[in-house]
Design a protein around this ligand. Structure first.
Ligand code: ATP
Length: 359
């Protein structure tokens, strides 16, 4: 295991800057998840750390070593991709032990390491099977086992679960989490899946156009997003954002109601006229008012989306679409108008121009 440090890293393809002046320090044993919209540079960053992509500028350190100009096999990393090519003519055990065999590790030691990884991945009963005799999820576990037997300093995962069906994904996710809790490997993991990011990460790195927009615990990014970009990107359905203005001790929603400045934003009391964006998460709307001075909104339901354990309601608030996440049985019917309340502590405010949090 080792820490990973990326210092002022840059990457251009031709004239296009893909990674810009990026600094990132990952502690020994930390599980870091990279998220961000398609094309923001997550895979490029991972491939540079792996040594599969040359850097344009900057430095990459793994443990105590500067590995910036080392080849992938000298970096002591293992990478697991979304598409995992196993050798079809080899058994699961042979696939897993292949890199050790190439490194001329004695066979009894290879067997020990393969068996140990197979036990952790619950595939010890499948070791003599060929890839075609395995399910997708079992094959993916063999691919992970192949990375694990090498006991690298750092694991790099690029959407390793995205080819699996929803059920397998959920169980593999739990498996990866359990493995990390037991072994405390250093992991850098790219995903588009919100739940994977929230459940696996010690810290999430939210990337935007080759830069880090915010880095923090899942709780930080969800409950204290630094910008509207992070607020919209983390959480599904996304946070509602409504234009509003600071008034005399109040927030006035454009074309809608006003409510007293929440305590967290008391510092805005002398900023009458400042344009802001009001952020409310879909689950923050309640039918019952917990305090009369907290925000309340009149919303007319225009679309109802039942999702089993919860219902998403798209509604009109002061001429704009908002999404609410409600318990079944509490949702209005299509066309009905209701008053919804939001706790003052659940209100987010962002500067309308810089889009940065005003908290
Ligand atoms: P996704 O979530 O879609 O996988 P990503 O965040 O991983 O996206 P990258 O794959 O890192 O994004 O790509 C970042 C940008 O770099 C994209 O605009 C992509 O087109 C560009 N890019 C990647 N590889 C090359 C290359 N070899 N030559 C030119 N441009 C490239």
């Amino acid at each position: 295991m080792a820490q990973v440090e990326v210092v002022r890293l840059a990457k251009s393809f031709g004239a296009v800057d893909i990674i810009r002046d990026l600094d990132l320090r990952i502690a020994n044993g930390e599980f870091v998840v990279l998220v961000g919209p398609s094309g923001c540079g997550k895979t490029t960053l991972l491939r540079m750390i792996a040594g599969l992509e040359a850097t344009t500028a900057g430095e990459i350190r793994i443990g105590e070593r500067d590995v910036t100009h080392l080849s992938p096999r000298n970096r002591d990393i293992a990478m697991v991709f979304q598409s995992y090519a196993l050798y079809p003519h080899m058994t699961a055990a042979e696939n897993m032990g292949f890199s050790l065999k190439l490194a001329k590790v004695p066979q009894p030691q290879i067997n020990d390491q393969v068996n140990r990884a197979a036990k952790m991945l619950h595939i010890d009963h499948l070791l003599s099977r060929k890839p075609r005799e395995l399910s997708g999820g079992q094959r993916q576990r063999v691919a992970m086992g192949r990375a694990m037997v090498r006991q690298p300093a750092v694991y790099l995962f690029d959407e390793p679960l995205s080819n699996l069906d929803a059920q397998l994904r959920t169980s593999m996710r739990a498996e990866i989490k359990r493995m990390h809790l037991e072994e405390k490997q250093t992991v850098i993991y790219v995903t588009h899946d919100q739940i994977e990011a929230m459940t696996l990460a010690d810290r999430i790195v939210a990337m935007r156009a080759g830069r880090i927009e915010q880095i923090g615990s899942p709780d930080d990014l969800y409950n204290r997003p630094a910008t509207t970009f992070v607020a919209k990107f983390i959480g599904s359905p996304a946070m509602n954002l409504l234009p509003a203005t600071v008034g005399d001790g109040v927030i006035i929603v454009t074309g809608g109601p006003s409510f007293p400045l929440p305590p967290a934003f008391a510092h805005l009391k002398d900023e009458s006229g400042r344009k802001v964006l009001l952020g409310v998460r879909p689950e923050a709307f309640h039918l019952e008012a917990r305090r009369s001075d907290w925000p309340s909104f009149t919303i007319t339901a225009s679309l109802i989306e039942p999702c089993g354990a919860e219902v998403y309601v798209i509604g009109d608030l002061a001429g704009r679409d908002v999404t609410l996440r409600l318990q079944p049985g509490t949702a209005p019917e299509r066309g009905q108008t209701r008053s919804f309340h939001v706790d003052a502590g659940a209100v987010h405010l962002f500067d309308a121009e810089t889009e940065r949090s005003l908290r």
